[in-house]
Design a protein around this ligand. Structure first.
Ligand SMILES: O=c1ccn([C@H]2C[C@H](O)[C@@H](COP(=O)(O)OP(=O)(O)OP(=O)(O)O)O2)c(=O)[nH]1
Ligand SMILES: [Mg+2]
Length: 177
């Protein structure tokens, strides 16, 4: 059984349903748009959800995309995941973008457009040092382990084609890497 946390919620739109988990064990509650909107291919919009919340200190809420909308319509969140700070008291907004190259997408009032995941977040204290401790990965990143699709990432030069898929070849920055 999961721990639960109490979060104060204010309806900015009096008719908006209070967000609820669809199934036991779900990580997120769905957020709806209170405004209808139509997005042309490539168009984005910031949609209101009709709710504002007060999270306890030490928590944040993250606005995640819904996979069904992404798979069916190509709808993504520009800033995914959006971060709602514990101190934010404004209406939660969702910045959607239509990534489909051909089809417009239409949202009606109260359509579910995103999901909100509440999590505990650590507060860090930074301690400046001149050298960081070593690690197995070191400074390798951005495709250093190989086997990625061809792209423009620095240090990666594409690529090979296998079974219709193309793979990048990794060019080490330094000898012996
Ligand atoms: O998808 C999102 C992302 C953010 N917010 C709200 C809550 C968050 O606490 C506030 C600020 O978000 P963020 O820090 O990501 O934006 P910023 O551009 O850094 O703005 P600020 O200078 O106000 O921090 O905007 C949303 O409603 N939806
Ligand atoms: Mg900020």
């Amino acid at each position: 059984m999961r721990r639960s946390v109490d979060v104060l919620l204010r309806r900015v739109d009096p008719e908006v349903p209070i967000p609820a988990y669809g199934h036991p064990g779900d990580a997120g509650v769905d957020l709806v748009t209170t405004e209808a909107a139509e997005l042309a291919p490539g168009e984005r919009a910031m949609l209101p959800t009709g709710v504002s919340i007060a999270l306890p200190d030490g928590y944040a809420a993250f606005v995640h995309p819904r996979s069904g909308l992404a798979a069916r319509c190509g709808v993504a969140l520009v800033n995914a995941p959006g971060t709602v700070d514990a101190g934010y008291r404004g209406e939660i907004k969702v910045i959607v973008i239509n990534l489909d190259p051909r089809e417009s997408v239409r949202f009606e009032r109260f359509d579910r457009i995103a999901q909100l995941v509440v999590q505990q977040v650590e507060k860090v204290r930074f301690h400046e040092v001149s050298e960081l401790p070593g690690s197995a990965r070191g400074e390798g990143g951005f495709g250093s382990t190989g086997g990625h699709a061809t792209g423009d990432v620095e240090g990666v030069r594409g690529g090979i084609t296998q079974g219709g898929n193309s793979y990048a070849s990794v060019v080490p920055d330094r000898e012996g890497q």
